[in-house]
Design a binder for this molecule. Structure first.
Ligand code: UTP
Length: 459
């Protein structure tokens, strides 16, 4: 092993890797050396040393609730402005799809999961159809950027290819890959190996978007194409209103650098990120970092002091991203305890029954305090947030499908359709090509429309 690498391993408490390395073939040794050279071992050791103090709560006295704009304010004007920006080609769409979906327990990227109530379209197809419909409305091919990770990239690209990009133009869809971080042993901080010559590396969090945008040159490309606003969402939310023109319009008219949609928390311990304001800047505290005293604190009117949750739907100005991307390496890493199967010192497989490792992730929302001008726009959970996280129970395929049918019932009712009485929620699917919202549905349906279930509306 090269002397300098050996020295660095010894001085960062990774010495046991050396004896493991000595058991490998020359080819494997060279592979391991390459991977270790690419890791900032000193930085990793520092993260591990500070594992119990990685989050600092802002001074509680300074924490204030955030102001929230109701989307109905200047609705028509905002919509006009948003549509005009889309038509001028100023908006790009970015979906993060690099996560490993470990809670869902899938070996395929989460985006391939069948999610619509009747036709069982995948998340990738559903989102692509929304982008396609919006592109037709804007009369231009809105760029659709998809962030993958080494864990999801090949399968994601193959899935899009096998389905002919769901009708989108191939050039319109831009895949780019985020970075990774090694996982380390929970107690010793030693780097874990998944194969004799392969470090266990996992995606570096959705905050990895920033370094990846910069490193791949995509940010420069966006700027040169005249894209000014980037709509950001997560692959696992089938209800997201992609590049909602009203949201874009409000963002533009407020000259905001970063805007987010927000939903009301349904309890103090709701498992959502919490928006707060500190010294006039906006930031998010994870639910697990919010002290109970603060989570349960009430305002005079009895409502929660911190009641604004994060459904991970954002709009970034490209100039703002450019500003923060140059400093993206300064974003903190968050540590999470995870179960990581790996090889022990004798290269035997260990499948842990409880958490045995730390994984390190950056979060996109850690850039929020950098924004001088920011805007939060209210939306409703049942209209825009039904994440797919678990195989069963909360946030599962079942709840995500149910949420879609429930929303479509609301749209039908707003369109004046009488819904027959039901005991279990009927299956309803309204394809994006048929209608993207209640208003559009109302325009499309004949006045004598009779709903019969299961109901599939598609063009
Ligand atoms: P989550 O962490 O909630 O889900 O990511 P996950 O990673 O898909 O699944 P688990 O945690 O392993 O069960 C929320 C969103 O952020 C993306 C995911 O793809 C998902 O859309 N993400 C997460 C990334 O793109 N990269 C990451 O490194 C982490």
């Amino acid at each position: 092993m090269r002397q300098d690498l050996r020295q660095r391993l010894l001085s960062t408490n990774q010495g046991r890797i050396i004896s493991r390395w000595e058991k490998l073939s020359p080819h494997e040794q060279s592979l391991v050396e390459q991977q270790l050279e690419a890791i900032d071992l000193e930085f990793l050791a520092n993260l591990f040393d500070k594992r119990n103090s990685s989050f600092t709560l802002p001074d509680v006295e300074k924490i204030a609730p955030v102001p929230v704009l109701q989307p109905a304010t200047n609705f028509a004007e905002a919509k006009r402005e948003g549509l005009s920006s889309l038509a001028k080609g100023e908006v790009g769409i970015l979906m993060v799809a690099g996560g490993q979906g470990s809670r869902l327990g899938t070996t395929q990227p989460k985006g391939t999961w069948p999610i619509t109530p009747i036709t069982q379209k995948s998340l990738f197809q559903l989102h692509s159809e929304k982008v396609l419909t919006l592109s037709k409305k804007a009369n231009r091919d809105i760029p659709f950027m998809i962030m993958t990770s080494p864990a999801t990239h090949d399968q994601t690209v193959a899935f899009f290819n096998s389905q002919a990009f769901f009708g989108l133009k191939k050039e319109q869809v831009i895949f780019f890959t985020q970075g990774t971080m090694p996982a380390v042993d929970l107690n010793t901080g030693e780097i874990l190996f998944e194969e004799p010559a392969k470090v266990f590396a996992s995606p570096d969090g959705h905050g990895g978007t920033l370094t990846a945008l910069k490193k791949t040159g995509l940010l420069e490309q966006l700027k040169s194409q005249g894209i000014r606003h980037l709509f950001f969402f997560q692959v696992d939310n089938p209800l997201v209103q992609i590049a909602d023109p009203v949201f874009i319009g409000h963002h533009i008219s407020h000259r905001s650098q970063l805007s987010s949609k927000v939903i009301l928390k349904d309890s103090p311990t709701d498992k959502l990120g919490n928006f707060i304001q500190v010294d006039g800047r906006c930031q998010i505290i994870e639910y697990s970092d919010l002290p109970m005293e603060l989570a349960t604190r009430k305002k005079h009117d009895g409502s929660l002091f911190i009641d604004t949750g994060n459904p991970a739907i954002h709009l970034f100005d490209v100039d703002f991203l450019d500003l923060v991307c140059s400093n993206a390496a300064a974003l903190p890493f968050h540590l999470a305890r995870k179960k990581v199967p790996h090889l022990d010192a004798n290269l035997s497989k260990v499948v842990p029954e409880k958490e045995n490792a730390w994984k390190f992730e950056r979060f996109i929302f850690d850039i929020f305090p950098n924004a001088e001008r920011w805007l939060l726009v209210s939306t409703k959970r049942d209209e825009e947030f039904a994440p797919l996280k678990n195989a069963q129970g909360d946030d599962s395929p079942e709840t995500a499908k149910y949420a879609q049918s429930k929303l479509f019932i609301q749209w039908l009712e707003k369109a004046g359709v009488k819904i027959p009485a039901y005991s279990t929620t009927p299956e309803i699917e309204i394809c994006p090509s048929f209608a993207m919202d209640a208003e559009e549905l109302s325009r499309k349906l004949p006045s004598n429309f009779q709903a019969k279930f299961p109901l599939l509306l598609q063009d």
